[in-house]
Design a protein around this ligand. Structure first.
Ligand code: DIG
Ligand code: MN
Ligand code: MN
Length: 389
């Protein structure tokens, strides 16, 4: 069945090898699905209509692969990309799986681990660029503590900054066409992860040597874990010109990282997120960092991938309907259409404006008495989402 919600390359839907390749292991159970090879995963993503595939170094090349194995794997991966036309927009390093990173990578107390993390990252930056990546993601899943007795947070921040500065220096030295996107998460697997939110990362990025090379890769689930409004985080990143990538999925508030299929739980927040991305013409990848339920077989994994893209496109259509709904737009306009009351023109500071404002008489009671019709506006919004408008 083909309809308006079929994925096309211009939608830039991407998945990580680790998402559709997730075997269904969880803290309480063993894998339920066979391990698929990167080549099989590329063909699976092509079959469901994805635009691109992303990878951690270890997803593609096992950490203990021989040089000959590495060469064969990369050759076969490139062949599958050529056969399917799939792109590789993003790459990232697994600095969280191997036991050597158990106390962090860039922020580890062990200088040898910090150095190994730089080596591992540089090597995969090389491979990512070779495969066409233009964005390199940094998720500091192990950059944190179980006890603050173990690490001075200032030392951790300085080490993080040193690592990011070294790696932007490497990219400049190599003359790579590559930007970095840092991804926040408040906890899991560490008890507390440094720079826990997108907002915290936006502040950290400004302290780097080359902040122009570094943006953010916000993930729905990770802001939701902190009980935050994800679309607001995206808007702030967009305003700061730092939305270099995005991890789409879904998540119940206050739970462990569920990495649910996009749009499957928080319908209203996903609606406003997609509407925002489309309203501002976000041109980056729509990357799904999520996985199928543990109940699913490989056919179910394809359902998960198709559903992720289809839901995005349905929300996109709902956003268009909201933007074109005459009653909704009239209420939106009315909310800001207020009498001037002789109010001085606001804008940049001037002494004249300050004096006029200080001298102005406000009818505070009238300001507070005004009904804003947001109940009606939200009801109409919900009706668009539910498909009755
Ligand atoms: C977790 O949400 C992280 C890892 O999946 C990966 O390093 C990054 C890239 O999307 N997200
Ligand atoms: Mn996640
Ligand atoms: Mn992610």
């Amino acid at each position: 069945m083909t309809d308006a919600y079929e994925p096309r390359p211009e939608h830039k839907f991407t998945f990580g090898l680790w998402t559709v390749g997730n075997p269904g292991r969880d803290p309480f159970g063993e894998p339920v699905r066979p391990a698929l090879s990167p080549v099989e995963l590329v063909h699976l993503l092509a079959e469901v209509g994805a635009y691109g595939v992303n990878f951690h170094d270890d997803d593609l090349i096992p950490i203990d692969a021989s040089p000959a194995d590495r060469e064969r794997i990369v050759r076969d991966f490139k062949k599958a990309l050529a056969e399917t036309g799939l792109k590789v927009p993003m790459a990232t390093t697994n600095l969280f799986g191997d036991p050597s990173f158990k106390d962090g990578a860039f922020t580890s107390n062990d200088a040898r681990v910090r150095a190994y993390a730089l080596q591992k990252t540089m090597r995969n930056i090389d491979l990512g660029v070779e495969l066409g990546a233009k964005v390199y993601v940094f998720w500091g899943g192990r950059e944190g503590v179980e006890t603050d007795a173990s690490k001075d947070p200032l030392a951790a921040i300085h080490r993080y900054r040193d690592a990011m500065n070294f790696l932007t220096g490497y990219v400049k030295d190599q003359k790579y066409d590559l930007v970095f996107a840092m991804e926040a998460k408040p906890n899991e697997p560490r008890h507390d992860i440094y720079m826990p939110t997108t907002g915290a990362l936006l502040a950290f990025i400004e302290t780097l040597d080359h902040p122009e090379m570094v943006g953010v890769n916000p993930e729905v689930a990770h802001e939701h874990m902190s009980g935050l409004n994800f679309m607001h985080a995206i808007a702030q990143a967009w305003d700061a010109k730092k939305l270099f990538h995005i991890d789409l999925n879904d998540q119940a508030f206050g739970r462990y990282d569920q990495d649910l299929r996009f749009g499957s739980h928080s319908l209203k927040s996903c609606f406003f997120l997609v509407k925002f991305l489309e309203d501002v013409s976000y041109a980056g990848s729509r990357h799904f960092d999520s996985h199928a339920y543990r109940t699913e077989d490989v056919a179910g994994v394809k359902d998960f991938a198709r559903g992720s893209m289809r839901s995005y496109l349905i929300y996109k259509e709902k956003g268009r309907r909201w933007n074109e709904d005459k009653e909704i737009q009239a209420l939106v306009k009315e909310a800001s259409a207020v009498p001037r009351d002789g109010l001085p023109e606001l804008g940049g500071y001037s002494r004249a404006t300050a004096n006029a404002l200080k001298g102005h008489t406000f009818d505070r009671k009238a300001l507070g008495a005004r009904g804003l019709k947001y109940e009606r506006l939200d009801q109409l919004t919900v009706e668009v989402i539910l498909g009755v408008r």
